[in-house]
Design a protein around this ligand. Sequence first.
Ligand code: HEM
Length: 477
Amino acid sequence: MATFTFLLLCATLSAIIFFFLFRASRCRRLRLPPGNLGLPFIGETLQLISAYKTENPEPFIDERVNRFGPIFTTHVFGEPTVFSADPETNRFILLNEGKLFESSYPASISNLLGRYSLLLMRGGLHKRLHSLTMSFANSSIIKENLLVDIDRLIRLNLDSWTGKVFLMEEAKKITFELMVKQLMSFDPGSTWTESLRKEYVLVIEGFFTVSLPVFSTTYRRAIKARTKVAEALSLIVTERRKEIEAGERKNDMLGALLAGDDEFSEEQIVDFLLALLVAGYETTSIIMTLAVKFLTETPLALAQLKEEHDQIRGKKSENEALEWSDYKSMPFTQNVINETLRVANIIGGVFRRAMTDVHIKGYTIPKGWKVFASFRAVHLDQDHFKDARSFNPWRWQDNSGAASAGNVFTPFGGGPRLCPGYELARVELSVFLHHLVTRLSWVPAEEDKLVFFPTTRTQKRYPINVKRRGVSKLCKD
Ligand code: HEM
């Protein structure tokens, strides 16, 4: 028995030694970026998760960049992955989408998104729908059509706040209502919008079940909710087709999809709308919440922001909507938005898969390997942003604090998958901040911490106590 145990131990040890030697020699042969693949199978996943569950996840990348340089190999979520904290490499990855790299999501996420979501589409169809989305959310459409609804919806929401509110929840409600209005012309408060939102929240929760999703109740609930959302959207598409036949037209995203020369199927339209809701809802609402959190913690910045908006409101009556020219005269607000996106972007980077062996900076990324272009690592790098780890909106004045910001500041990605909602998000954030600081004052109701896993958010949904500010005093009449 003892001999058998000894032999078994020797065999196991040899297998482990062989595994590491084989892996090391393969790495040398291919000139992979240096790094550590960690334990068999789980790699360095646990280290990554425990770092990103804290307020300060930076050590995970910092330690590896210090040891191996800005392009390093690790093994996370079941696969060897090349991490890039290098702006040139990130740019190369983004620009070579569809040529050397393609977007890559786990099957659990793809099932929730649907195969015709913009995030999963590839080739010609992706190109057509990406530019359709861009044309729906570009500045002239926002200026002519969307701004007035954005202003009204945000104002109505803020006017209903009293006492203690959970800012993250309220911001999500606002961005959901905005997306539903812009995509399908549905007004807030309707039972349809509210019940869709409830199902939608369940779908979103499913995105963040990382460990064995098939065994997770949250994931199964998300799949069921997805079916309900898809059914509800299908009904809308059918009704809208009937309206178009009867000669009625609505000026929204669904209208644009149905009016074009392309004959999109119902499944294509439903997947597409569902994914747009995902992309525009969670991102913008978290940035709204974090901008308020950072401003609250930086009173000088909050005072300067208030001054900027009091001046704009001072020239208008209490409920007069903001115009495009007002949006264009908010330079400090844009600094605050940039700085919030830099310090705590909800999309810390993007995963891609190498479509072929890719040679870059003297290394090879083997075909089929995952890469992660980390925007966050670049945004928080002292070489690119002076005093990079602190919130300092003034750095964006004349771009003094950001060396060549155009190349290194990529909160909205780049290349063929550049976020089509980047201008819309900026406008929504600016209008939100305008009405917030001119109508309300607030104090945090509790201490709350920022965490980054499974997604960027505050642990307690950022509870604040709000008070009305008396807008009429600021206004022209
Ligand atoms: C602060 C808010 C936002 C941030 C930080 C953000 C960020 C990003 C980033 C980094 C990407 C690139 C993903 C990749 O390369 O794989 C992206 C893609 C996308 N975003 Fe946004 N986004 C925001 C708001 C919005 C809004 C309001 C919309 C609604 C129109 C939107 C729609 C999309 C879509 C549809 C994609 C997929 C594009 C594609 O794969 O072709 N986003 N976003």
